[in-house]
Design a protein around this ligand. Structure first.
Ligand code: S3P
Length: 427
């Protein structure tokens, strides 16, 4: 489907976004590994968490929708059953990497497959630590999926220094650690999103330049009742729309404000964005609040590099668009990993920004440009990547003329209903 976007006169309203994708995956998995019934409210209805749910169903976990609650009948750490066919993670890297950690220590064999995009994404990052734990996982020659996982219970505990900054890798090791004999430790230099740790109740010790988390093999898991906050990475698109379109005043409700996820708000503010956080409260161990945003004069030179890239990994597409609509320069470096997301996001951003007549210089690990106000509406190739489609959808609101996004239905991966919400707040 092609989505056409017209320049917006204003953005107004109070809206909500789907439940946090990262937390939704983990709620499903932890609920599956818990003993007894857990109840989850606010779970994301997007395609990625749904891939996790169908994989877990194939592993024998039962789910029942009861009004706004999803009831998960957990099987305990050792109660999953061998799936009859390969488990399909679809487009979801989180499903494939985290489930690998869970499946590595089971006493049955399994196979994980993905779609065209996921089958090209790097898996060596999880294969390395999981093999150190004694897991047997066969991948392709390029260390990509399909992943054939052979039963290796019990795993060996490890003490692992993360060489790559990734919450997915950290979580895969922590999940595998649940089926290891003894204590598994993961050390990271930058604290990546810590939802797994919070939800499992793990302890993270902060030293001068490292964060160390330990998990005890065979620990008791309890989820019971859990509320998923709105996804700040999805809200970021609407916040950006409010900032760059004139005469705007928008509230995005019940958004997760976990400190490992809110760097994007700091960056919007550093550009001059007027953002207020209202009514902060703690729900299910995660801070939640409402975000009010108003039209802003954005200016300054923005450089994203080093640790910032890891903290903003999902928000770089919309930050680049926001900067392009302000005044000043934008530079991204140290972001090679962005080439291995749902698409090569550096390439997709550079190509589409150039199509909107921004003069962009591309590097192996990033790109740079001077902002261009207004962007010029044109045809955009989303490369079927949800965050590219949404970022350029927002760009279209502040562009001159019409913008048309190809394969726009890919937004369903993380944000079903995105185009309808955008339409509503523009009227
Ligand atoms: C995620 C971690 C990030 C992020 C992805 C979700 C998670 O990936 O890009 O959308 O839920 O752990 P990496 O950890 O590979 O950077």
């Amino acid at each position: 489907m092609e989505q056409k976007i017209q320049p917006a006169k204003r953005i107004r309203g109070t809206v909500s976004v789907p439940g946090d994708k990262s937390i939704s995956h983990r709620a499903l998995m932890i609920g599956a590994l818990a003993d007894g019934v857990s109840e989850v409210k606010g779970l994301s209805n997007a395609a990625d968490p749904n891939s996790t749910l169908t994989c877990l169903q194939a592993l024998g976990v039962e789910f029942k929708q009861d009004g706004e609650l999803l009831k998960i009948t957990g099987k305990g750490l050792r109660g999953l059953r061998q799936p009859k066919t390969a488990l399909d993670a679809g487009n979801s890297g989180t499903t494939m990497r985290l489930l690998s950690g869970i499946l590595a220590g089971q006493n049955f064999n399994s196979e994980l497959i993905g779609d065209e995009s996921l089958n090209q994404r790097p898996m060596k990052r999880i294969l390395d630590p999981l093999s150190l734990m004694g897991a047997h996982i066969e991948a392709t020659e390029k260390f990509t999926a399909p992943l054939k996982i052979r039963s290796s219970y019990p795993l060996k505990p490890i003490d692992y220094n993360m060489s790559i900054t990734s919450a997915q890798v950290k979580s895969a090791i922590l999940f595998a650690g649940l089926n290891a004999q003894g204590e598994t430790t993961v050390r990271e230099k930058v604290l990546t999103r810590d939802h797994t740790e919070r939800m499992l109740g793990l302890n993270t010790v902060r030293a001068q330049d490292s964060f160390t988390t330990t998990v005890q093999g065979g620990m008791n898991i309890a989820l019971k009742q859990f509320v998923v906050p709105g996804d700040i990475s999805s809200a970021a698109f609407l916040i950006a729309a409010g900032l760059i379109v004139q005469d705007s005043d928008l509230v995005v409700q019940k958004i997760g404000l976990n400190p490992t996820r809110t760097r994007v708000l700091d960056i919007f503010r550093s550009m001059g964005g007027i953002i207020e956080i209202l009514d902060v409260r703690l729900i299910s161990g995660e801070p939640i609040g409402d975000i009010r945003v108003r039209s802003s004069h954005l200016s300054g030179s923005l450089t994203l590099s080093g640790a910032l890239v890891a903290e903003l990994i999902d928000e770089i597409p919309i930050l680049a668009i926001t900067a392009a609509c302000g005044k000043g320069t934008f530079t991204l470096r140290d972001a090679t990993d962005l080439r291995h997301k749902e698409s090569d996001r550096i390439h997709a951003l550079v190509n589409n920004l150039r199509a909107m007549e921004v003069d962009v210089e591309e590097y192996l690990d990033g790109f740079a440009f001077e902002s261009k106000n207004p962007l010029i509406g044109t045809k955009i190739d989303s490369v079927k990547d949800h965050r590219i489609a949404m970022a350029f959808g927002v760009a279209g609101l502040a562009a001159k003329g019409e913008t048309a996004i190809a394969d726009a239905d890919c937004v369903d991966i993380s944000f079903p209903g995105f185009w309808q919400i955008l339409h509503t707040i523009c009227n």
